[in-house]
Design a protein around this ligand. Sequence first.
Ligand code: 1CP
Length: 343
Amino acid sequence: MTKLLLETLKGNPGDRVPFWFMRQAGRYLPEYLEVRATTNSFMEFCYSPDKAAEVTLQPIRRYGMDGAILFADILVAPDGLGQKVWFEKGHGPKLEPVNDEASYAKLSMGAFHDRVGNVYETVRRLKAELPAEVTLLGFAGAPWTVATYMIAGQGSKDHAAARQLGYGNPELFGKIMDMLVDATSEYLIAQIDAGADAVQIFDSWSAAIPETMFERWVIEPTKEIVSRIRAKHAETPIIGFPRLAGAALPTFVDAVGIDCVGLDTGVPLDWAAREIQPKVCVQGNMDPHLVVSGGDLMVSEANRILEQLRGGAHIFNLGHGFVPETPPENVALLSDTIKAFRR
Ligand code: 1CP
């Protein structure tokens, strides 16, 4: 049985455009909320293979996506390194900040795989349970995006704490980034060992970074992770997603050596078709908020995206994740629209 999404990632697109959605498992689905309610702590939920595998499968059963993304979170990596991570209702993630030598000294790779090992077990279960035609996607956060949480101790608007540490104490900042390169490479390699068919590296906060720092904070660490994965798993496709990188996107694609790049909602598609799609597969870029209103505009926009990217390898996805208020029936209509399209 061929996997259409995996083949498309390898640069062999078919007649139909494969699809999956960022945050396809999550709070917009009543069956997710039901399973989620059985565990208080979100991190513990991520480390429960039965529950994490179940919520990964839920959207596949409902909508028949071509890709299933492992249910976990990008903040599993700092937790594996020994940083305290927890989620507070209504406040998002909280971490004990790593912003000086003393807090950095508490981190290590020593117990990483033991601490996050249940995530690998989730991948093994998914591998066994998923239909043969569905591509299993592993993922991790990119070092820069994960560092913004580690350094600030929470989500932040313009990532002031990480930027200021990066400029003001480049030595300490560099050590945190190096540790994240080690952790992320090993974490993704272990997910592939456990059965992931492809992996995505989320750099959600790579917007508005000066170009010298974009090179150092976004391109170099991601490139190093890609090369370490390739050394072990040369055949496994890697998707990069430097969200809101704008005109730096082609530079990122050329330098990092990924197989596919995620396009956020603001990327003009005629430009992407001309400048990026000849080099790598593209994925994206529907506005998740348009799936909240749904209807004819959602359908015509989906068809526009499919048309504009029909000339090369394309995986239909969103420009960012589903928001909790997304009506599940709109996801059904969007899925049917994509399935009906032929290149
Ligand atoms: O209680 C809940 O259900 C919390 C909501 C939730 C969910 C469903 C969080 C908390 N994480 C997740 C799962 C998740 N996170 C997945 C798995 C599956 C899927 O996509 O279906 C993935 C891939 C992520 C990745 C993730 N986590 C990113 C990168 C992608 C993106 O959205 O930009 C980021 C930035 C996070 C951090 C995070 N996790 C959760 C929250 C509330 C946040 C903070 C977001 C912020 O700072 O705005």
